[in-house]
Ligand binder design. Structure first.
Ligand code: GUN
Ligand code: FE
Length: 450
């Protein structure tokens, strides 16, 4: 079955290339994009497709089609405590709230309830691709994988590994961690669902011994799978990592072979220049989690610095360090952080100013660049941009139907760019009236397609 969506289409081609087609079309067959552009009649005649054999969906004046959102870093079990306990720094927050919550996932019934909800909530907010941390518990991590598969979300799933510097009630032996990870990779492959992939997940350098990190690096290499972890989030944490590993934070992962092209590291708020150069050399990406960085008092991450250094950057909600499952929310917080950095660097609104070395050339992130980070940037960071992230022929149709008039009709006609701008700054999940993953409608029954 061939479906053609006609109307306003927006997407990005790179960090600085935002493309909008006012009278555009996207043609989808068997979940894949087979045509895109602004001359539908020409496409029909060159492809010799008989118009009577396809179904057309006509978008209204205030609707547009966007690529699905990518959440490059989210802790599914922490959805159980979202919005709570956000006034303390990282290490206190982990010990006081997060480890006790995650330890509960030995209970599979509890796990199923929360995991079902978090997948529903992220899909509702337009997340068509998510990279999830689960917990140390293998069985319930498989429940999360099955739930993502059942609900039709594209997902990377990781069994979290930690064998030291953790409370007695939430820690594994090295052997449990290694064997659990191996069994997990095998079990996910046996699911045989192209949407769901395994990702090797050392929690962070602090809670893994050198030996465990090395074993996990070997598993990642021998299975050619994704890797995810945290890096350089909080100054206190960085100091302890340096003391233990006698190298930089990035160096600790690199010695274990964990910095690969398929690795994403969350945060990178306080990375030093030589660490950025190392990540760049290894092809490792950073997931920017602005809500979490503010909530946990971690700092302001300068993503422009990372991007200018050649690092791929995506956005993450980092639930529940982040207080929203919505990438649209993360996008807005990223714009806030960028504006605040601009204040520090240029406007001296803080008197003497806290910036160590003010960068007078600092460039604010634009909403179009932030939209890239939320879509193609995330897909690229997760090394899945050959499959998703924008509307290129050959990619899968992971898309959102956005309706800016759903709550209130705008008081004047809007240009295509203004439609997107309005959605970004005033929209929420209610404006996302349909969500598609690989062509299948996973939210909004009206637009069921192939
Ligand atoms: N570092 C180690 N574990 C975590 C976590 O669960 N959330 C965040 N934000 N940082 C971490
Ligand atoms: Fe995190």
């Amino acid at each position: 079955m061939l479906t053609v969506y006609r109307g306003t289409i927006v997407h990005t081609k790179s960090f600085n290339e935002f493309e909008s087609l006012k009278q555009g079309f996207v043609a989808v067959e068997n979940g894949k994009i087979i045509g895109v552009g602004d001359d539908y009649e020409d496409w029909l005649s060159t492809t010799k497709i008989d118009r009577t054999t396809l179904s057309e969906v006509l978008l209204t004046e205030f609707q547009f089609l966007s690529p699905g959102f990518c959440d490059g870093h989210i802790h599914a079990p922490q959805y159980a405590q979202i919005g709570l306990g956000l006034s303390v720094p990282l290490l206190d927050w982990l010990n006081k709230y997060t480890f006790p919550t995650e330890a509960k996932y030995v209970d599979q019934e509890f796990a199923l309830g929360i995991y079902k909800s978090v997948v529903e909530a992220t899909l509702r907010c337009g997340t068509t691709l998510a990279s999830y941390f689960a917990t140390n518990n293998l069985e319930s991590t498989l429940i999360l994988a099955r739930e993502a598969a059942r609900q039709g979300q594209r997902a990377l799933i990781g069994k979290v590994c930690s064998n030291c510097n953790s409370p007695d009630f939430y820690v594994e032996t090295t052997d449990e961690s290694v064997k659990g990870t191996q069994s997990f990779v095998k079990a996910i492959r046996e699911l045989n669902n192209p949407l769901v992939l395994p990702t090797i997940t050392p929690r962070f350098a602090l809670s893994c011994s050198k030996e465990l990190l090395r074993e996990l690096g070997n598993i990642a290499k021998s299975n050619d799978v994704h890797v995810q972890s945290h890096i350089s989030e909080n100054l206190q944490e960085i100091k302890v990592v340096k003391d233990i590993f006698k190298t930089s934070y990035a160096g600790a992962y690199d010695e274990a072979g964990l910095l690969t092209k398929k690795t994403v590291m969350a945060h990178g708020v306080h990375l030093e220049d030589d660490e950025i150069a190392l990540l760049r050399e290894r092809g490792t990406s950073i997931i920017h989690c602005p809500a979490s960085n503010t909530n946990l008092n971690s700092g302001l991450c300068d993503v422009q610095r990372l991007i200018n250094a050649g690092i791929s950057v995506g956005l993450g909600t980092d639930v529940s360090g982040g207080n929203s499952v919505s990438i649209l929310h993360a996008l807005n917080r990223a714009l806030d952080v960028s504006k605040h950095l601009d204040f520090f660097n240029k406007q001296d609104i803080f008197g003497t100013g806290p910036a160590k070395t003010p960068n007078r050339d600092y460039q604010q992130l634009s909403y179009k660049q932030a939209f890239y980070l939320a879509t193609l940037g995330g897909a690229k960071a997760l090394s899945l941009d050959h499959i998703t992230g924008n509307f290129a022929v050959g990619k899968e149709f992971d898309a959102l139907l956005v309706d800016v008039s759903i709550l209130e009709k705008p008081h004047r006609t809007l240009t295509v760019d203004e439609l997107v701008e309005k959605f970004i700054f005033t929209g929420d999940d209610r404006n996302i009236t349909a969500v598609f993953v690989a062509g299948k409608c996973v939210k909004g029954s009206k637009w069921e397609t192939n």
